[in-house]
Design a protein around this ligand. Sequence first.
Ligand code: DHB
Length: 498
Amino acid sequence: MQLFNQLASLSLITLPLIAQADTVVNKNDLTFNANQYTSQIIQVNGQEIKYRAYEHIVYVKNPVDTQYQQMNIYIPEAYFANGQIGSYNAQNAPIFLPNSIGGYMPAEPATATPSLKGPKAGKTSTVAYALAHGYVVAAPGARGRTTQNTDGQYTGKAPAAIVDLKAAVRYLRHNDAAMPGNAEKIISNGTSAGGAMSALLGASGNHSDYEPALKALGAANARDDIFAVSAYCPITNLENTDAAYEWQFAGVTAYKKMMMGNMIDFRMERKEVAGTLTVAEIKTAKDLKTRFPGYLNGLKLRDEKGELLTLNAAGNGTFKEHITSLLMSSAQKALNKGTDLSNTPWLTIHNGQVVSVDFDQYVKTITRLKTPPAFDALDLSSGENDLFGTSTIKAQHFTAFGQANSRVNGTSADPAIVKLMNPMSYIGAAQSITTKNWRIRHGTTDRDTSLAISAILATTLKNQGKNVDYALPWNVPHSGDYDLDELFAWIDQISQSH
Ligand code: DHB
């Protein structure tokens, strides 16, 4: 009843099925059927949005799991009557592609109607906002680390999720002529593990490494490069992220950890328990921290002025200054908007200007979330260990450090599969298209991964000449879709100028 009231208060009206007559001969034949939809209306900010809902479209010919290898496509009704929304019409409307992946878990496609569970239950969905803005929305599901078939084999371990997202993109391109919206203007969106997959989709367009898996699934024979990437707090670059985490957090021995080791999905409510690192963990943290400068320096990243971003053995240097300058910009922006920052012990402010950041104090203030190694857990208990299992092995290591220090004699993932999950392996790769337009956000109070990870991704892309909008929103924790007005303004600007 309570749920009914919530829905009623959003004035959600689902009209009867209009066009059910077309029977589906082969629902996996990859042909978009424009007549197979329900008409729906949803209220967004007091405005009524009418759209056609094409739901549960299986996007590969030979699905392994139709619960997840399917997509919901939503199209504003206006585009079937020569209408316009803003400056968009059936020909030029971008296609917004929000994945709902969290925690590297299996994800069903997002819906226009509010989700029924999680922190956003009952709230206007991202899909609905995107429709109201005039985008065609294609929300793909994808297999994840816990998916199993009836024989009990795992079917969604790495690289399943990225292969599925690529198959969804290929479906959209394959059907571009039959659908309103422009498949040359696909904008991928995701948060956390979903942000990582969004970034990977953008980094690895058309790369042949994924071809065998796509062929086996019977994906459409079309390109899978995309126009733009939106990634919130991407949990990515998994081979290097333990070292990056300790570069940032090694000095903090107190942690507030999630109660269940595997409860990492940003969509779940988090219950945290406080603790202190053991002597062995403090040693692991220090060991991992010393590995970071070598990796970072090897990237030869440069800032906007062309200056090399480096770190000395102690973890100090121009790269660290780069991160503190990003924090300062974030604070300055908040200050300019009137936010009271006087109780921020790690900031020095003079006459309304942020003049310095005490990075160690900042890290202590936001606290540590994970115990070392933060990702490749020595007892194989992390979500990422689970991601790198195989059809018959639940969880594996994926770093040399994890393997060498395993407490459970764990095996290691095939390095070729680890590579398939990392956008850093593909940015600028030959015979592949790396997306030109990127928007990356990583909140200043996010402790799920180091700020270094998003900064390395953004800087690598910038150094390759990509159009990158990267910022650390002030006081924002591990989350996404919190600034859709700004995201949509960015999408409009790139869609209209490119
Ligand atoms: C997510 C969060 C994590 O801390 C992590 O390690 C992986 C995924 C998430 O919210 O998706």
